[in-house]
Design a protein around this ligand. Sequence first.
Ligand SMILES: [Zn+2]
Length: 255
Amino acid sequence: MEEILLILFGLIIGSFLNVVIYRLPIEKSIVKPRSYCPQCNQNIKFYDNIPVISFIILGGKCRNCKAKISLQYPLVEIFTALTFWLSYSFYFSISPVYTVFTIIFLCIIVVLAIIDFKHMILPDEFTIGGGVLFLIYSFFNPIITYKSAFISAFGSALIFAFLYFFYLKVRKIEGLGFGDVKMMILLGAFLGIHKLLIAVFLASLSGVIIGFIFIIFKGKDLKTKLPFGTFLGFGTYISVFWGDNIWRFIQSLSH
Ligand SMILES: [Zn+2]
């Protein structure tokens, strides 16, 4: 019963995350006005705004103007519900508070990953704002020490800042965005050293693979910009749940 309520709550929060993803990059208020269709500006009735269900009933189209509604909406809702359920299954028995912070952290990660994918930006509200929140939480975090949080947050941000300036000055390209540098504070603050290393490793690996696919199949070159925040988001998501296992697996290889 709790798990059904949890999944329903996850769907509703996912619906809110869609609003944040849409409105934050274009500087619109998140609470006002009410949801409306970006095509015809018609307010969306509450019964057309039910997570996933409304999308299916409406056939993925606005009731008023029949404009297509992006598949992003139901996907983010389902993915958020999955995040709630995974966080609960992995961490509730260890600490309910930690479970809540895991959910908040991953909601921020999902929002950042999608905004970076769509707009190539990582808003400070989430990178810096989230970083401060999770640095404070690191003093109460039952999984990692605050030392691990601070070292990985600022150590990795320093390394990324160095890489950022290296690319900019030496190679004259923006290999990383400065948003990625700020995002490392958020990631390090919650993940700690081991999980952060796994997250960055998975992000780089997936970035290289996707980069090669782009070069081979889409005729892009090595200077094509990829949203690294999206890859960091992917690596982080995996690492939050499976980072310790991956870390132990890598250690077992070296013995
Ligand atoms: Zn419409």
